[in-house]
Design a protein around this ligand. Structure first.
Ligand code: NAD
Length: 494
């Protein structure tokens, strides 16, 4: 990390050289209020940080910047390597990309770590719950590659890499080992998506063998999420894919008490970003109602990441004591159980007043620095022999399955005969079922029937013939075998 210009420090009276530079972005909606409250507490606790403000999100969008991240912000991020960020409003509709996803992916923040802890009986939630969700942060449907292909059909590509799976699995197990955790549960939908989710599940099982002292289990995402909701104490560390982790961690945070309390750390090899898991809450913005705890606990994670573990514990313990004393913001306040309902600013003041105190009933915080082993590089797998064996040609058509098959079989592609047609994944030719409802988007599978080699030129000849016969091709996917094993799934019903 390059040293940052000390002249830019915004902590008057403290020499910037003794401070760790961090970028801060207030974000949108409640962002400025909860960041101000968090800064009040950090400053009162003596956090040795040198803050460098950047602007990302709505203000950048309003200036016409579709990415939401100005060049000047990238410069600061590159120099500090650490960002404390308020929530960002993502404008609805096309043309705008999510700043959160852009930051996570551009900075290579592959691991999203979301502790979901119950503070019962002081905050309503399941007593004893202490689950850490480790969410893969860069791949899956969040690759954001979407296309409209026909009048009827749009698609979103689910991109999953072997290295991405190995890296997040290893992070989760190394995290469990470093923090004295006992069990890792991997969660995916590998019974349906056998290639993508299957790769994730298999990789987790392989990595688990390197950590024999940590119990390992795998669950399908639907039952896994349901069980987190009703029996959260059965879980310790959960490692999962991007979309499932997004949903599952919100469920876990709500079960623990409130989404307003849950922090997150986005960790990469060269940078890290810390943010609450909730959004910009436009419904309560500017009303001094927001709970700053999610962002405050994210700042605590940031201090631990930077090695400032003592000040992190000092803040966390004062915050726990504040909860115990019943000083609560509106969304966790319960008449009879809480002592005082406070706004954002008064909550921050209450935490500051308790700096130096310990919780009396909840376990006091003591942090260990996160070891470098969580970021150990993943060795590249041995390359396998890759052989082209066919092609899936996606076409738009209003014909019936039999009529479409008749036209496609007349193309004269002798090396690549038509094997199957499916519609939305279900086989409709040969021997389709009359009950199957079909849309205008067809997957037509051409595959060699013998071991005769085929080349991309054969695929191009097939496509040219299809075009010449008036077939509207909207996309193709090559079919490969890797060391003789098919790198593609069967059609449903095939
Ligand atoms: P949200 O999390 O902003 O709000 C959901 C509900 O929780 C609202 O009723 C809100 O008032 C409440 N809430 C959230 N945070 C709170 C807090 N700190 N204290 C008290 N109550 C709180 O979710 P949403 O309404 O679906 O999204 C609003 C915007 O935020 C959208 O533009 C969305 O894209 C964005 N978003 C951003 C992030 C991020 O920046 N990491 C995450 C999620 C959503």
């Amino acid at each position: 990390m390059t040293a940052i210009n000390p002249a830019r420090s915004d902590q008057p009276g403290r020499p910037a050289a003794s401070l760790t530079p961090v970028a801060v972005a207030a974000g949108d909606g409640i962002g400025p209020e909860i960041l101000a409250a968090t800064r009040t507490i950090l400053d009162a606790a003596g956090a040795p940080l040198d803050y460098h403000a950047i602007v990302v999100g709505e203000q950048a969008y309003l200036q016409g910047l579709t990415s939401g991240v100005p060049d000047a912000a990238w410069d600061v991020l590159r120099r500090t390597g650490v960002l404390l960020k308020g929530p960002i409003t993502t404008p609805k509709g096309g043309g705008w990309k999510s700043v959160n996803v852009t930051l996570r992916k551009t900075l290579g923040l592959f691991a999203n770590v979301r502790p979901c802890v119950s503070y019962a009986p002081f905050v309503q939630g399941v007593p004893g719950m202490d689950v850490v969700v480790v969410r893969e942060n860069e791949e899956d449907l969040y690759a954001g590659i979407e296309h409209r292909q026909t009048q009827e059909v749009v698609q979103c590509l689910k991109i999953v890499s072997r290295t991405g799976c190995a890296r997040i699995a290893r992070y989760a197990f190394a995290y469990a080992r470093a923090h004295g955790r006992k069990k890792v549960t991997s969660v995916a939908k590998d019974n349906i998506m056998k290639l993508t989710d299957g790769l994730f599940a298999r990789t987790c099982a392989e990595v688990a063998k390197e950590y024999p002292e940590i119990a390992y289990e795998h669950q399908i995402v639907d039952i896994g999420t349901a069980r987190v909701a009703v029996r959260p104490k059965d879980y310790d560390v959960i490692v999962t894919m991007n979309l499932y982790g997004d949903i599952l961690s919100d469920v876990a945070a709500e079960v623990a008490g409130s989404i307003g309390l849950a922090p997150s750390a986005n960790i990469g090899a060269k940078a890290a970003m810390f943010e609450a898991i909730h959004g910009s809450a436009p419904d309560i913005a500017g009303k001094d109602l927001a709970n700053p705890s999610g962002l405050l606990l994210s700042a605590v994670q940031m201090l631990v990441h930077l090695g400032h573990t003592d000040v992190a514990a000092r803040i966390q313990n004062a915050w726990l004591r504040t909860l115990e004393d019943g000083v609560h913001t509106a969304e966790v306040f319960r008449a009879g159980a809480s002592a005082r309902k406070v706004g954002t600013r008064a909550f921050a003041d209450a935490v500051c007043e308790r700096l130096g105190q310990l919780p009396q009933r909840l376990p006091a915080a003591a942090f260990r620095p996160t070891p470098a082993s969580t970021l150990a590089p993943v060795a590249a797998p041995a390359p396998q022999h890759k052989e082209l064996v066919g092609v899936d040609v996606f076409v738009q058509s209003d014909l019936t399955p039999d009529a479409l098959a008749a036209r496609l079989r007349s193309l004269g592609a002798t090396k690549l005969p038509l094997e199957m047609i499916s519609n939305r994944g279900v086989k409709v030719w040969p021997n389709g079922q009359p009950e199957t409802w079909c849309t205008d988007h067809w997957r037509c599978r051409y595959r060699r029937t013998d071991k005769q080699p085929i080349t991309f030129a054969d695929v191009l000849a097939l496509l040219a013939a299809a075009h010449g016969h008036g077939v509207e091709v909207v996309k193709t996917e090559q079919l490969y075998e890797f060391d003789g094993a098919p790198g593609f799934s069967l059609g449903q019903g095939q």
